[in-house]
Ligand binder design. Structure first.
Ligand code: ADP
Ligand code: MG
Length: 323
């Protein structure tokens, strides 16, 4: 793609170079160069979105640009990092200027909102896929890992769960009877999930462990339990399921979506009882919106779901993501 490659880079990706004190060299040389400030840790995350696997053929490039940024920022958020730089590798079957303009316009719009700089990338021909790497800075030396949940920790989730799933199904089944305002809200939740960056930075100071919910609560909390060698008790009636869902969909669908659909990009974190006061203060100051959903237990106790304190078998509601 030689000729086109340089034209694509200069026309669409090397347009808005943000001046920034830690960036020594951005797009245009063999490497980007960054100075890491003292007392900071560099956090790095990469995600690839492939046509047919992660997004539909004919996706609006504007939505693809948003999603590729959001999924990476969500990973940085789960570790309490402030996103600063990204690199973008894009592979496409042919050069479509209209498509590229729509993609890159929205890409830079979002980067600017977050004050993030595109510092490099790669451009190739092939089936459509987008790989973004995001680089962020963590303040101080304390880290927020999956592996540090402790028995007795309170388990919390930010925001609400299952709305992205509802938005996805509304996009599929256009006939669903639901008022237009709620429909649009839920579809937005699916297309434009908000990475919980400021929340991640706040909880880093007092949470023991965290993860972002990309694959569903069961799966993602499962990773914390595995890494921390713990079990958990979750009460379904405590899950943050909004009225937008409860009022419009079957309750079992709501539970299933909240537990297993994913793509909410909320944070799930665990915190020891002695730090709850600090969390409550942050909640009171409107710095974070989150809900207590259960407890970390001993490993031998396993992962238990209850509904009104009675054991709940999630297979009954068509849960199938374990396969
Ligand atoms: P090299 O062959 O040395 O890898 P390239 O020709 O691939 O260099 O890229 C030239 C410059 O453009 C590099 O700085 C690279 O990081 C940047 N670049 C390439 N593709 C993109 C892209 N899609 N978005 C942003 N920067 C890109
Ligand atoms: Mg290259």
């Amino acid at each position: 793609m030689k000729y086109d490659e340089f034209k694509i880079i200069s026309n669409f990706f090397n347009k808005f170079q943000r001046k920034e004190k830690n960036l020594i060299q951005g797009i245009g040389d063999d490497c980007a160069l960054i100075k890491i400030p003292e007392n900071k840790i560099l956090a790095i995350s990469t995600d690839t979105l492939v046509e047919g696997t992660h997004f539909f053929k004919n996706i609006d490039p504007k939505h693809l640009a948003y999603k590729t940024i959001a999924v990476n920022l969500s990973d940085l958020a789960a570790m309490g990092a402030l996103p600063k730089w990204v690199t973008l590798s894009i592979t496409m079957p042919k050069v479509n200027f209209k498509w590229l303009k729509r993609f890159s316009d929205n890409f830079f719009k979002i980067l600017n909102q977050y004050k993030i700089t595109l510092i490099g990338g790669d451009t190739n021909r092939g089936s459509l896929s987008v790989t973004l790497s995001a680089y962020g800075l963590i303040d101080g030396k304390k880290t927020l890992l999956r592996q540090n949940a402790k028995e007795g920790d309170f388990i919390y989730v930010t925001g609400s769960l299952g709305e992205s799933a509802a938005g996805f199904f509304l996009l599929q089944k256009k006939k669903y009877i639901i008022n237009a305002k709620t429909r649009n809200f839920l579809i937005q939740k699916h297309l434009h999930p908000t990475p919980r960056i400021s929340e991640g930075i706040i909880i880093k100071n007092f949470a023991n462990s965290a993860i972002d919910i990309s694959d569903g609560l069961i799966s993602d909390l499962g990773h914390i339990l595995e890494k921390s060698r713990c079990g958990a008790d979750i009460e379904l009636n405590k899950l943050p399921i909004s009225h937008n869902l409860i009022n419009n969909f079957k309750k079992n669908n709501c539970f299933d979506w909240a537990l297993s659909f994913g793509e909410d990009y909320e944070l799930c974190f665990t915190i020891s009882e002695r730090n709850i006061k600090k969390l409550n203060l942050a909640i009171k100051q409107n710095l974070i919106k989150c809900k207590h959903i259960g407890y970390i237990t001993k490993r031998q106790k396993g992962f238990n779901l209850t509904k009104n304190k009675k054991k709940f078998d999630f297979k009954k509601i068509g849960f199938n993501h374990f396969n």
